[in-house]
Design a protein around this ligand. Structure first.
Ligand SMILES: *Cc1c(COP(=O)(O)O)cnc(C)c1O
Length: 360
């Protein structure tokens, strides 16, 4: 058998590992920050009706510029945005890859603040962009001063800011984002995959878009919107920026079925987001209970909690798995990450963790 090492794989990809969050059939999966609530049945029915219409047209290629979807996304986001400001692809991972294809590549660099979303360095590798992981402040926070110092030091072509940050959950202030934009010479992406879980009234980076042509704000339907299986991510930016992404996207990259499903779901955005309040309550419950159990949860404005004070993360991960609960071991010293599930799933996790503690 030929192994990977025998193949003429690009030299800069040799020895790298693919994205590999375990996909296991367990009763309680709280490891990839999905919305664990099903979408409402009446919305599912409306989506199926839209799919039934769309499927009759699949002998033709889909709308390459996905105009209806862009308009739907613009009206969902508000902030005076129109379809020209919107871009979408099969998950925000693909959107971010297209950003790197258009603005990064060989000889160019991407800076982010570690620990951050594990896909950023992988997307950099795949596009031949050099990844620069800059440090954060204590407790994984990021002040304007620390962020600006890293940009002055490295002068990157692109900056990815994750707000709130995955895997730490920590929010990012608008002041830090503004300071990064002012200090950076290149493109700045604010990845707001978890924005809907922030406290009501938290300003989005969307408020900074007017007059800032190098800024992009990326979002996804995978998390709060409970639509991870459909694969739909999007970003808002100046029309020239979304135009630039057309240079690198594959023709007809968004299938007619994806477009129809997303447009139908966006017609029901209030119902699709109905569980966000409950998920925030479960997150807050995790934070307070973890504190009682003697762990050290970090500040979270997302739908997951990173907690420290775990003596042997790998052993606790395995002990939870034996009890049917899957969490995330990110190889951050003394830490594990858990997504906020339904009330029952969250209870199952907290009870299992207390049980692991008492038997460890
Ligand atoms: C989950 C996640 C995404 C979303 O990925 P999709 O490809 O849209 O499913 C993007 N950014 C971060 C930081 C995430 O955690």
């Amino acid at each position: 058998m030929t192994s990977l090492d025998d193949l003429p794989v690009r030299a800069d990809l040799r020895g790298k590992s693919p994205y590999g969050a375990p996909q296991k059939a367990v009763p309680v999966a709280l490891n990839v920050n999905e919305n664990t609530h099903q979408i409402p049945e009446n919305v599912a029915r409306d989506i199926v009706q839209s799919l039934a219409v769309a499927v009759l047209g699949v002998n033709r290629y889909p709308d390459r510029e996905f105009g209806q979807l862009r308009a739907s996304l613009a009206s969902y986001l508000g902030h005076g945005l129109t379809g020209d400001n919107l871009w979408a692809a099969n998950g925000s991972n693909e959107v971010l890859q297209q950003v790197l294809q258009a603005f990064g590549g060989p000889g160019r660099s991407l800076l982010g603040f570690d620990p951050t979303y594990s896909m950023y360095p992988l997307l950099a590798d795949g596009t031949g962009t050099r990844w620069i992981g800059a440090p954060r402040d204590a407790d994984f926070e990021l002040s304007p001063e620390t962020a600006v110092a890293a940009i002055r030091e490295h002068d990157p072509d692109i900056v990815f800011l994750c707000s709130p940050n995955n895997p730490t959950g920590t929010p990012l202030s608008i002041d830090t984002i503004e300071a990064v934009y002012d200090a950076a010479r290149g493109m700045v992406v604010v990845d707001e995959a978890y924005a809907e879980f922030a406290p009501d009234g938290t300003p989005s980076a969307l408020t900074l878009l007017p007059g800032r042509d190098r800024l992009m704000v990326s979002r996804t339907m995978s998390k709060a919107f409970a639509f991870a299986g459909v694969r739909l991510g999007y970003l808002a930016a100046a029309p020239a920026v979304t135009d630039a992404l057309r240079l690198v996207r594959l023709p007809y990259h968004l299938s007619a079925l994806t477009q129809a499903a997303a447009v139908a779901a966006l017609r029901h955005s209030d119902e699709m987001l109905a569980m966000v309040d409950d998920i925030r309550q479960q997150r807050d419950r995790i934070v307070s209970r973890l504190g009682e159990l003697g762990y050290r949860p970090y500040r979270s404005e997302s739908n997951f909690v990173l907690f420290g004070g775990v003596r042997d993360p790998h052993a606790v991960f395995e002990a939870l798995l034996e009890r049917g609960i899957l969490v995330r071991d990110l190889a951050i010293d003394g830490c594990l990450r858990v997504s906020a599930g339904t009330e029952a799933e969250t209870t199952a996790f907290l009870d299992a963790l207390a049980d692991v503690d008492s038997t460890a």
